[in-house]
Ligand binder design. Structure first.
Ligand SMILES: Cc1cc2nc3c(=O)[nH]c(=O)nc-3n(C[C@H](O)[C@H](O)[C@H](O)COP(=O)(O)OP(=O)(O)OC[C@H]3O[C@@H](n4cnc5c(N)ncnc54)[C@H](O)[C@@H]3O)c2cc1C
Length: 436
């Protein structure tokens, strides 16, 4: 459609969706990827990958894959990171996206320029600055670890889950995992088979969802029209109580929130191992104490390794924060973007993948990219529709919570309800009406 190029930063699921949708709409793409292949964090050899040898999908295959490219390389419900890497390679090959990327090339600076954006990168041929009409930022949300300020000193090893690759590192050791999010629980379960002992320290109670319910992947049940939050919470809580029992019985504190008000923990094995005495739940860390750790209930444990499963924070080191309208700590720390994509203060700068939701899958990220491509197309073909879109962007923000009251935590600051979010994104795609 135009001679202008659009830069895509990252060749993970979001970046590939960006490149693919720009291509579908006839926009020229230059992709930058610091790793040497596509797949994002699912490519375990990518220096920024935070998956580990035992990692599998947490959401199930059919609710996660790109709708236009069902996973043909596997038929399992929860494929491994190896199968997912192959899937993204197949996707990129099928649409000729690999040739559009520069691999081994890290974007170090993105700045507004006279006629678009200047993108500076460093790669095999040295440093370059190139002009593009716009930039799609898809550098991921799970690479910059959050390290909590812990009091005291620890004599043993202490590291963040971002460094974790295989369970052999725990052989014969007394392990404490701090945090019971999805990665923390996966790693605790891995450690059971190697470690001398495994404890998991939690700040609050969680809701646990098994991977299978009634013999089917749990997230494939209850598809179709979403139930009102109160009813869904009541029905699903009842089903979970029947299937998994009360996590308090296994040593967890009682959750201070209802089901779906925080990201649920999808893990069929953690309660199993707690029930077998392979893992013990500890309270929040009070302080590190030489060869052990003191907990807030006054108990103490001796450890060789402390693993911080304390999550990640958003990180856009190549961008001036003012361009993304970061919200202050009071209301969460994340960029304030229309539909988590469009920045009011930076036209032609778009963020893909800065969204967290239970069950959004890669198709949810694909639709973000479809909206960006539709908007860019509308600016040429139907400027009045693009202008109407821009007016909506400046207006009141749609409610993306789906009626759920999410916990006021940093990691929840860009959390949405998948149904409300996809409905809002698709409504904008429809209003723009730009079929590729
Ligand atoms: C253990 C684990 C399990 C998960 N399970 C699920 C699941 O079941 N379902 C689900 O939907 N999601 C899951 N996720 C979330 C996962 O983040 C998404 O599936 C998906 O990978 C997000 O894609 P992305 O492209 O936004 O980011 P990423 O996959 O992180 O890709 C970002 C890419 O950008 C590149 N990059 C970063 N900075 C630069 C730069 N400056 N210059 C050039 N390139 C750069 C990186 O090298 C990387 O390739 C899981 C994550 C983990 C860690």
């Amino acid at each position: 459609m135009s001679e202008q190029t659009y830069a895509v930063i990252g060749a993970g699921p979001s970046g590939l969706a960006g490149a693919r949708n720009l291509q579908r709409h006839g926009h020229a793409v230059v992709g930058y990827e610091l790793g040497d292949d596509v797949g994002g964090l699912w490519n375990i050899d990518n220096p920024r990958s935070t998956v580990y040898e035992s990692a599998h999908l947490i959401s199930s295959r059919t609710t996660t894959e790109f709708a236009e490219f069902p996973m043909a390389n596997t038929h399992v419900d929860y494929p491994s990171h190896r199968e997912l890497r192959a899937y993204f390679r197949d996707f990129a090959d099928a649409f000729g996206l690999v040739e559009r990327y520069r691999f081994g090339t890290e974007v170090t600076r993105v700045q507004p320029a006279d006629d678009g954006w200047a993108v500076t990168s460093t790669g095999p041929d040295g440093d370059h600055t190139e002009q593009h009409a716009g930039v799609l930022v898809a550098n991921g949300t799970l690479s910059k670890p959050t390290i909590p300020p812990l009091r005291g000193e620890f004599d043993g090893e202490m590291w963040h889950t971002s460094r974790y690759k295989r369970a052999e590192v725990f052989a014969g050791k007394r392990v404490l995992i701090v945090g019971a999010g999805n990665s923390g629980c996966d790693i605790a379960v891995d450690a059971v088979h190697h470690a001398a002992s495994v404890d998991i320290s939690v700040r609050r109670g969680y809701h646990f969802v098994p991977k299978y319910l009634f013999g089917r992947p749990a997230d494939t049940l209850n598809q179709g029209r979403p139930l009102p939050p109160r009813i869904k919470q009541a029905v699903d809580s009842r089903v979970l109580k029947l299937f998994t029992g009360d996590p308090v019985r296994f040593g967890f504190p009682k959750p201070d929130h209802k089901l779906y008000e925080s990201h649920p923990i999808v893990n069929s094995l953690i309660l199993h191992h707690l029930g077998h005495g392979d893992i013990r739940v500890r309270r929040d860390v009070d302080r590190l104490d030489g060869d052990g750790v003191l907990f807030t209930d006054g108990e103490r444990g001796d450890y060789d390794v402390v693993v911080l499963a304390t999550g990640y924070h958003l990180h856009y080191p190549f961008l001036d924060p003012a361009l993304l309208n970061w919200r202050g700590p009071g209301s969460g720390t994340c960029p304030d973007l229309y539909l988590n994509i469009f920045s009011e203060s930076a036209p032609n700068l778009f963020v893909l993948g800065m969204v967290e939701a239970s069950g959004l899958g890669w198709q949810g990220r694909y639709e973000q990219a479809e909206l960006v491509a539709s908007y860019l197309t509308a600016r040429h073909r139907a400027p009045h529709r693009a202008a109407a879109f821009e007016a909506r962007m400046r207006g009141p923000r749609p409610d993306l919570s789906g009626g759920y009251r999410y916990l006021g935590l940093e990691r929840m600051s860009y959390y949405v309800n998948k149904d409300a979010y996809r409905r809002a994104v698709r409504a904008e795609i429809t209003k723009l009406g730009m079929l590729p």
